[in-house]
Design a protein around this ligand. Structure first.
Ligand SMILES: [Zn+2]
Length: 75
């Protein structure tokens, strides 16, 4: 039996063009700073403008975990 989530994915053709919807971006916030994150230029992550953490996007699902985030400029 398919779930509602799977149905949603099935209808999202051409999803590579828009990995993350604008609606999703509106509700995604850095769990540490409580500010909205921004999609990176290559759409591979979500960057917090406050702490500069870049949260990875895996299989088009943002991983909003500080442990998984990379701090940009730290290297
Ligand atoms: Zn932050």
């Amino acid at each position: 039996m398919r779930t509602a989530v799977l149905d949603l994915c099935a209808h999202t053709e051409g999803r590579k063009k828009v990995p993350i919807s604008e609606i999703l971006l509106e509700i995604l916030i850095c769990p540490l700073c409580k500010v909205k994150v921004e999609l990176t230029a290559d759409a591979s992550g979500l960057k917090c403008p406050e702490c500069r953490r870049v949260y990875p996007v895996r299989d088009e699902l943002p991983v909003m975990l500080p442990d998984e985030a990379i701090i940009e400029g730290a290297a």
